[in-house]
Design a protein around this ligand. Sequence first.
Ligand SMILES: NC(=O)c1ccc[n+]([C@@H]2O[C@H](COP(=O)([O-])OP(=O)(O)OC[C@H]3O[C@@H](n4cnc5c(N)ncnc54)[C@H](O)[C@@H]3O)[C@@H](O)[C@H]2O)c1
Ligand SMILES: O=C(O)[C@H]1O[C@H](OP(=O)(O)OP(=O)(O)OC[C@H]2O[C@@H](n3ccc(=O)[nH]c3=O)[C@H](O)[C@@H]2O)[C@H](O)[C@@H](O)[C@@H]1O
Length: 346
Amino acid sequence: MAKNSANGEHQATKKPPPTPSPLRFSKFFQPNMRILVTGGAGFIGSHLVDKLMENEKNEVIVADNYFTGSKDNLKKWIGHPRFELIRHDVTEPLLVEVDQIYHLACPASPIFYKYNPVKTIKTNVIGTLNMLGLAKRVGARILLTSTSEVYGDPLVHPQPESYWGNVNPIGVRSCYDEGKRVAETLMFDYHRQHGIEIRIARIFNTYGPRMNIDDGRVVSNFIAQALRDEPLTVQLPGTQTRSFCYVSDMVDGLIRLMEGEHTGPINIGNPGEFTMIELAETVKELINPNIEIKMVENTPDDPRQRKPDITTAKELLGWEPKVKLRDGLPLMEEDFRLRLGVSKKE
Ligand SMILES: NC(=O)c1ccc[n+]([C@@H]2O[C@H](COP(=O)([O-])OP(=O)(O)OC[C@H]3O[C@@H](n4cnc5c(N)ncnc54)[C@H](O)[C@@H]3O)[C@@H](O)[C@H]2O)c1
Ligand SMILES: O=C(O)[C@H]1O[C@H](OP(=O)(O)OP(=O)(O)OC[C@H]2O[C@@H](n3ccc(=O)[nH]c3=O)[C@H](O)[C@@H]2O)[C@H](O)[C@@H](O)[C@@H]1O
């Protein structure tokens, strides 16, 4: 850290991050963009990888510990010369030379992030520290997938990025939402202290093909239940709301944020808001009209309402979602039918 000799006070360094290896400027070297995607074997990560691989200038490295992700999600890229897959836990340091880091690694379904809460915190805090250390060493730009859960059980509705949230710091969801809040803090501290180029996306409930069938999140639960002829389990009171974003819209928003000039945090989500009873009724109508809707117990600290204010994303990224819930659900149904082996009744 630079020292100011005039008054003896320590000041934040204005030093830019280190430049990439000289090899990258050699005329004999392919000027490809090398991109690390942590958590790339998961639901959103694997769709992001598909999109990044479409660009022939991109080389993609995925680092994943397969806690909630799977090699299956990436099978079409395994063996591709521009693709590498590493079994790696982000709570350990990673040495790779990359230009960009999409840092997604973290279990996202409440059932999975509550399963080993201490590990969830380590993943969010130590994992993000490790990825920021990597970004600092190689001069990479880093994007963190934060969450609408940083707003907790929001008292402001819809939620703009300026809202500081209403989070229980000692509850059963805190490992995830406080973990992500610390991850955001670390991102900004590395940015201010070391000049790291950061991007923060606050993702709101995202759904689509490749979600784990027994993932536990509401959309995947309802579709799997409808296809298995089981009652749709609406957790009480059923009037709580969520806003559901289709995964292709999400990936488009994340790439725009990474490529743009704004650090964020920026909300990326679909503002269409539904109660859980409305969601169950829609799934019933579209997929299985004979199914029963059953009210069941909820879990502690479940947010009562959630809807993104996406003014910032519209203005700064020129982004807004295109896929409506009624159009996205059938695309997910198709994928779940294939994986569950349940064909459509004529
Ligand atoms: N899907 C959503 O609705 C949503 C909403 C808000 C934020 N997010 C964030 O987006 C990211 C991706 O979410 P998703 O829905 O694809 O979840 P997911 O569970 O399908 O994917 C997470 C991936 O991270 C991997 N992972 C977990 N811990 C790891 C560790 N310690 N080291 C390496 N890999 C690890 C998992 O194996 C998995 O492949 C997460 O950071 C999540 O917090 C998702
Ligand atoms: O978007 C976000 O920011 C966060 O959203 C979700 O968290 P949550 O909204 O609690 O997701 P679900 O588990 O899908 O629950 C949504 C609602 O559906 C209800 N639910 C869930 C499951 C079910 O079978 N039935 C049901 O009614 C829950 O009570 C809750 O009110 C994700 O799982 C987090 O990873 C993510 O960060």
